[in-house]
Design a protein around this ligand. Structure first.
Ligand SMILES: Cc1cc2nc3c(=O)[nH]c(=O)nc-3n(C[C@H](O)[C@H](O)[C@H](O)COP(=O)(O)OP(=O)(O)OC[C@H]3O[C@@H](n4cnc5c(N)ncnc54)[C@H](O)[C@@H]3O)c2cc1C
Ligand code: FES
Length: 244
């Protein structure tokens, strides 16, 4: 974990209620996609945890959806705002397990961690398929980025207003030959996906967080290996560990 002051370098709307924010500053110290940062906002006691979608030695990028007062406040932060941010948090996806043809599954705000994961896997010579699920056409973001990277990208919308009509689970059911999976999204989606996935893989789980770095136990969940803290032992857990 690192603590730093980061400057908002970009904060723009990229889909309905979804913003991309670039935080410029020191090296955030991330080591794997699926890790997250925790932003302190003026007037809020608890920090807001957000997955890192990409990073380099000059800062990090996050993609967030407006859910409540904290994320609403974030939308109004102008370029130049300085923020107190904890970075390099949690354990991310293990890329060494991917095999040749990994499947990347992102639902809604579960899509951001897949951006860096996909880039890394392509750089390693892997052949990823990216499966994205959204409510409707106005909710879609990042699909073009995956296509530009050269990844096979399938978009599903619940109402059929863009891409293929259906749920992400429909897409999983139609795919064969993937060697491993990496998934992130709402718990209900992950649980439904688990019923149709046919390989080993890893899930990124979400839990309400207090400290975000393993000290308060507030994010503890039960797993097959006993109680685990989502913020420190996760948020990424292997398929065999997760109890739905
Ligand atoms: C590891 C992790 C990664 C995440 N990555 C992303 C991301 O990439 N993009 C994104 O849009 N959202 C992400 N979230 C969810 C994000 O943290 C919440 O949407 C946000 O904290 C809501 O804050 P709020 O003040 O707008 O909402 P409020 O509901 O007003 O928040 C009240 C309190 O509940 C907490 N809280 C509310 N919802 C969640 C939630 N789903 N998970 C954890 N804490 C929550 C808040 O942090 C705050 O302490 C992530 C959550 C976790 C745990
Ligand atoms: S949020 Fe404090 S231990 Fe996880």
């Amino acid at each position: 974990m690192k603590k730093g002051i980061y400057t908002v370098a970009e904060n723009r709307l990229i889909a309905r209620d979804v913003y991309e924010m670039r935080l410029a500053g020191e090296d955030p110290g991330f080591t794997a996609p699926g890790q997250f940062l925790n932003i302190k906002l003026e007037g809020f006691f608890l920090r807001r945890p957000i997955s890192v979608s990409d990073w380099d030695e000059t800062g990090a990028t996050v993609i967030y959806k407006v859910l409540g007062a904290g994320t609403e406040t974030m939308t109004a932060l102008p370029v130049g705002t300085e923020l107190d941010v904890l970075t390099g948090l949690g354990s991310g996806y293990d890329e060494t397990k991917s095999g040749k043809r990994p499947l990347l599954i992102g639902g809604g705000v579960g899509v951001p961690p897949m951006v860096r994961l996909c880039r890394d896997l392509l750089a390693q010579g892997k052949d990823p398929t990216v499966l994205l699920g959204f409510g409707n056409a106005g909710d879609i973001f990042c699909a073009g980025e995956f296509l530009t990277m050269g990844a096979r990208t399938l978009v599903y919308t619940a109402d059929g207003s863009a891409g293929r009509q259906g749920l992400i689970t429909d897409g999983i059911g139609e795919l064969e030959g993937y060697t491993y999976f990496y998934a992130c999204g709402p718990t209900a989606m992950l649980k439904a996906a688990d019923a149709v996935l046919r390989s080993d893989g890893q899930y990124s789980l979400e839990e309400r967080m207090g400290c975000g770095f393993g000290a308060c136990m507030g994010c503890t969940i039960q797993t097959r290996n006993g109680p685990r803290r989502v913020c420190k032992d996760g948020p990424v857990f292997s398929r065999e560990e997760v109890l739905w």
